[in-house]
Write a protein that binds this ligand. Sequence first.
Ligand SMILES: Nc1nc2c(ncn2[C@@H]2O[C@H](COP(=O)(O)OP(=O)(O)OP(=O)(O)O)[C@@H](O)[C@H]2O)c(=O)[nH]1
Ligand SMILES: [Mg+2]
Length: 528
Amino acid sequence: MIGYTIIRQQRVPNGPTLSLYNCYLGQLRRVPLPSPRHNMHSLDETDPIAVALAPPQNESPEERRARIQIERAAKQASDDIDEQLRKEQQHLKRQPKPVKILLLGQSESGKSTTLKNFQLMYEPKAFRAERASWRAIIQLNVIRSFRIILDALARASTDRPSSVYSGLSVSSAGAVDQEPNFPDAELMALRARLLPLLQIEETLVRRLGAPDHGNVGESRSLGTATSSWQLSLPLSAKRAGKEKEVAVPSGAAWKSGFLRTDRSSVDTAHAVDWDAPGDPGPILHASSADMQRLWANPTLSEILGRQGIRLQESSGFFLDALEQVTLPQYTPTDDHILRARLKTLGVSEHRMKLSDPHGGVTREFHIFDVGGQRSMRPRWIPYFEDMDSIIFLAPISAFDQRLAEDPVINRLADSFELWTTIVSNKLLAKTNLILFLNKVDIMLAKLAAGIRLAEYLPAYGLRPNDFDSASKFLRKQFGTILKSHSPSPRVFYCHLTTAIDSKSTHYVLANIKDMLMRLNLKESYLII
Ligand SMILES: Nc1nc2c(ncn2[C@@H]2O[C@H](COP(=O)(O)OP(=O)(O)OP(=O)(O)O)[C@@H](O)[C@H]2O)c(=O)[nH]1
Ligand SMILES: [Mg+2]
């Protein structure tokens, strides 16, 4: 490293600026200064440097030659340092800035899932080293689903008429009919056996160190609902708003609570402390058969349907993988990690090096993941400056749902409002906006099940209720907002995505990475 202090600079008439340096650079020689005792009277005695630099009064020709030689060497050293500095500054300028991406969108839109996809693509080792931590989150997700089921059974059993006994009802003609909408004795027995599972939740939450086990308090939000939205939503949406959800401050700190401290390998088998006191693995395994039997029970699905609960479409759904998830030494697959749900609080920055396989260029990417709940949104603003790109996630399948934190607001209406706020923000005028119309898989299933988009979005009118028409319509709506609200014209990048599908998502992310690298390279050359 170069280190020096400029003592004095002198400009020789018609010549270069001379700098005398007090160098502590190994290869540079310290310049011995002539004694100030000589020739004092002809100098400005108030300037110690001028005194120091003055040649001795009675200098012999040899001394003069030696002095000039020393001065030349000092000048050379000074020039070398200048040159070295110039080169370093040029190198720094050539070094491209990191590419900065901010992930935005409402809660449960898929921001953290998109980040996981980036990590899986570009930091697979680190991603897989965290399997043990995700195992605990998946266990939490499973128990949360069972809490919803057991509550629904309790509600159904208190709702049923007194004539119903053990799932059988007596018809007016005296015949005994099967009554499918009320829990029978077997269902209630399964419920009683599975109730102790709920205690595991508390243990896991404690290990997670989660400060928030419920809905975060409300504060200012960036958007409000439009009045043109119909808010008669199915019961599932109303119930979803009441469900408590575990959240942790973003970042990696919570993950350490589930990893062995003495592990010597990143293998999950070594990372999980299988014998940790309170590990839920053994209880889940012992309850596995009951859990599977309950979930497969057709009466349960009717009860859930009657209460408007659609677990298959909810976050962190693992009930179709119970056999696998409750194995004694269960280790999550990549696919399971992408499906795991853990609400984000605050903002976290993730750095990774991404390379261009064609040009061999490597760039540092900084990806910012934020909590999407309304109370979190004011915290996004400090990150708006200096962002290269925003990936905005709008979960289009949520057209028939309301916000968990504000149950009067339709989730698709909230996405439109939020998108409007982002595209019109002047701080983001130069930022590339990339829109992901996410949760395509759920959208497909809902439309196929006959849930009508026009019922919740009257502007959709009489268009066919199929995916092609619906996605084109929504894409156009978002595009029109961009065009009419952006402070200056910008390209509308829009992708239909299913973030839990790593293959299709990786394809989209690789294209975005290439595009951002190209833009970043261009910009780097421009500033030189
Ligand atoms: N079926 C399906 N599930 C998805 C998709 N994208 C995300 N999810 C799931 O939806 C849930 C919520 O996704 P997250 O990535 O945690 O949402 P988020 O935007 O980070 O939410 P906050 O942290 O609350 O702001 C997770 O369980 C994901 O696995 C998708 O395209 N299809
Ligand atoms: Mg998140």
